[in-house]
Design a protein around this ligand. Structure first.
Ligand SMILES: [Zn+2]
Length: 70
C-alpha cells in the first residue's frame, strides 16, 4: 500500500520550470512528465503537452480538452 504523497512518484524528479513545479522523468526515449490532473506520465512533446518557448503546460492536452468541455 503506497503511502507516498500523491505529488511524488518513483523515478520522477521534482523540477521547477517556468514558475511552476513539474514532475519529470528522463527515459531512454526522452523526458516524460506527469500530468498534474490525470497523474499519468506522458512524453514531453507538443503532441501531449502545450509547449510554448521554454514553458511546458502542467496538464496534458487530453485533460485540457476535457476541462474545456465542461
Ligand atoms: Zn492529463
Amino acid at each position: 500500500m503506497a503511502t507516498l504523497d500523491a505529488r511524488l512518484a518513483p523515478g520522477f524528479e521534482f523540477l521547477r520550470i517556468a514558475g511552476g513545479f513539474r514532475r519529470i522523468m528522463k527515459t531512454e526515449l526522452g523526458q516524460e512528465q506527469l500530468c498534474a490532473r490525470c497523474n499519468e506520465p506522458w512524453p514531453m512533446d507538443p503532441e501531449f503537452f502545450k509547449i510554448t518557448g521554454r514553458s511546458v503546460g502542467y496538464e496534458c492536452k487530453a485533460c485540457i480538452q476535457e476541462r474545456k468541455r465542461k
